[in-house]
Design a protein around this ligand. Sequence first.
Ligand SMILES: C[S@@+](CC[C@H](N)C(=O)[O-])C[C@H]1O[C@@H](n2cnc3c(N)ncnc32)[C@H](O)[C@@H]1O
Length: 203
Amino acid sequence: MKEALLRRMCALEDRWFDIRHGIDTTGVVPREFLKTDSAYRKDATAYHAAWCRSIRILIQKCAALGIRPEIFIDIGSGKGKPCFYAATTNRFRRIIGLEFDASLVDQANVFLKKGFAKYPIEFLHADAASYELGAMPQSLIFMFNPFGAEVMRLFIHNNRDALRTYKHVIAYSNDMQQGVLGELGMRQLFRDPVRKMSLWQYE
Ligand SMILES: C[S@@+](CC[C@H](N)C(=O)[O-])C[C@H]1O[C@@H](n2cnc3c(N)ncnc32)[C@H](O)[C@@H]1O
């Protein structure tokens, strides 16, 4: 499909998703306007929302590999769109968004009350650089290029045992730091080099 046409179709799908649920996940918050006192703000990317299409493809590819995670976690969840989209698939029994900008967490919670109150979604105000997953059933850990190599290394390092033990899968859209995941010994289960999205897991 021609790139321009694909972009238009995705924009339409995304707009319709927001309208249908009475939310607005559009817009960009540049890194310098993110409201956080994290020492890792310098490693963050700007807020903007992933395409529904990318979230869908990664969830479906994971299922096609015979992997059925019980929990969906978005690392750097912004206004919450991937969590909301994941909820509508009815594949997950718990959905968690983790975000270090408190005003984005507040916004996501407003949308949660408005259009998604019946779903098991929670948003946490936390820094991925120090967040520990702890003991939880197999999860699909979604990331839409939230940060650079430094925080990616910290996140994987701090959660390496949990990633191995519970066989969590990282679903990485716009996978700018995919080299870091390979470097840290994760196995690539799938990659679309054109759209730059991939799935990763420890053996
Ligand atoms: C590209 S946006 C993606 C937002 C959301 N996943 C979506 O697709 O709608 C990246 C998000 O990651 C957040 N972020 C960046 N570094 C973070 C960190 N260390 N801890 C938590 N959130 C972080 C940013 O504030 C931003 O909202």
